[in-house]
Write a protein that binds this ligand. Structure first.
Ligand code: PLZ
Length: 451
């Protein structure tokens, strides 16, 4: 049996040299060795997008077992917003792990859970009375938000949108739009889920009001307001392609939901915690959701998720109706408290806005010279370019794949997204420095020019 000979771990965090450094081809021999073991030990369904074996990460870089240092424009899908192995998170994790690692909150309570709940009740949009329940994954948060909305309204239907992504569990697969690779062969899916058109300005050319009227008409005709428990939407769609709805779309839907006592759930799993240049993306249009789901960035890389909402909605389920063995794990809560402190007091919202200026500027300059860049969009440090065939305007997923492969081979982690697989997305950690960010973007754009 072979093994990776490089150290399994190294000291990461912001102290790592902040540089792009390639000492072998990517993947190098040690990464290849691990990926070969992975192929033999892990089912192929668990894919790996960037073929490296990671040993350390921090600031704006990820270091592999061959000693390559890659610029991170993905943050492990919008998770390490405070930076990977952030020192405050690491210290909080170590201290909590030494005190106790688990009780199961529904068996014996502890302060960290309550503190995270208090922080989310304070930080999520709206100053009404709120409650927060903690879980482990984003999908679990979304599942529980739906359970709570159904219990509260006594209704069953859940309305979701084209291009939506809400997770991979059975209910959340029903809520997720895209068949390949997420849903194919995994049915039957949960019933009482209805999909309506999203506002997607680059594709539909509609104003927010027009797109909302289209969605609302479909809900009223096909689902019925009086049968609808919840309207569930990502304020900026993530996996679906970083789709920013036209202005006015979200407020119109929220107003309609309020009028009909439908629970408006904002899935902020990807957009939350400073990512979009606001603490939560709903804030950009002054939307106050009844319920907000969060995960990813919340705990600096530890698994934690939350459902935060109006006290009357959240208190609807019976005692014991909401729970889970690991939900609100004390180590994850300690990490979250350190991360939330950084989001609130570490200038990270401002940092996300500065990243927006740099990235949008570079992408728009490139777009002016390259008709394959059909659209450039996003907010804060959640930005994207949509690639098309200039002759037909059709999505070009093959080109998109070649661009991110080029980027990885040249030391930059960039991710794709989109229903049509033709979106390159930029989700850098907010701890990346300007020089590295600019260099990383330059490599991606160089890749676009080269392929
Ligand atoms: N809601 C808006 O973005 C997770 C999925 C990656 P979990 N997105 C990344 C993949 O290929 O599995 C996500 C999201 C939104 C819910 C989820 C689900 O969060 O923590 O992956 O369950």
């Amino acid at each position: 049996m072979s093994s990776v000979t490089a150290p399994r771990t190294a000291t990461g965090g912001p102290g790592l040299p902040q540089e792009r450094r390639l000492v072998t081809a990517v993947p190098g021999p040690r990464s290849q060795e691990l990926l070969a073991r992975k192929t033999a030990a892990v089912p192929r369904g668990v894919g790996v997008a960037v073929p490296i074996a990671v040993v350390a990460a921090g600031g704006g870089v990820v270091v592999d077992a061959d000693g390559n240092s890659l610029i991170d424009l993905g943050s492990g899908i919008a998770v390490t917003s405070v930076g990977n192995a952030d020192p405050a998170v690491v210290a909080a994790v170590a201290a909590q792990a030494q005190a106790f690692t688990h009780t199961c909150f529904t068996i014996a309570a502890y302060e960290g859970y309550v503190e995270v709940a208090e922080a989310l009740n304070r930080l999520t949009p709206g100053d009404h009375e709120k409650r927060t329940a903690l879980f482990t994954s984003g999908a679990e948060a979304v599942e529980n938000a739906v359970k709570i909305a159904r219990r509260h309204t006594g209704r069953q239907a859940v309305v979701v949108f084209d291009h939506a992504y809400h997770g991979r569990t059975n209910l959340t697969l029903a809520l997720t739009a895209k068949n390949q690779p997420y849903k194919s062969g995994f049915g039957p899916f949960a019933p009482e889920v209805y999909r309506v058109p999203m506002s997607y300005p680059f594709h539909d050319g509609l104003t927010g009001a027009e797109a909302a009227a289209r969605a609302i008409s479909q809900i009223e005709k096909q689902v019925g307001a009086e049968d609808t428990a919840a309207l569930l939407i990502e304020p900026i769609q993530g996996e679906g392609g970083f789709v920013v709805p036209a202005e006015g779309f979200l407020p119109a839907l929220a107003a309609w939901a309020r009028e009909h006592d439908v629970v408006f759930i904002a899935d902020e799993v990807q957009t939350g915690f400073a990512r979009t240049g606001a603490m939560f993306a709903s804030e950009h249009e002054g939307v106050v959701p009844d319920v907000v789901t969060t995960a990813k960035g919340i705990a600096g890389g530890l698994p934690l998720s939350a459902v935060t909402g109006r006290a009357d909605v959240m208190d609807s389920p019976q005692v014991g109706g909401i729970g889970g063995t690991y939900g609100g794990n004390p180590v994850a809560c300690a990490a979250a408290l350190a991360a939330i402190d950084a989001f609130e007091h570490g200038g990270l919202i401002e940092r996300a806005r500065a990243i927006e200026t740099i990235v949008l500027g570079a992408l728009r300059t490139a777009q002016a010279q390259d008709p394959r860049i059909g659209d450039v969009r996003g907010r804060g440090a959640m930005l994207a370019m949509e690639l098309v065939d200039p002759a037909t305007g059709e999505p070009d997923s093959a080109l998109t794949g070649r661009v991110v492969t080029y980027a990885a081979e040249h030391g930059v982690i960039a991710l794709t997204a989109g229903t049509y697989g033709n979106v390159v997305r930029f989700l850098p950690p907010l701890s990346i420095d300007d020089a590295l960010l600019t260099e990383g973007l330059g490599v991606v754009l160089e890749g676009l020019a080269a392929v």
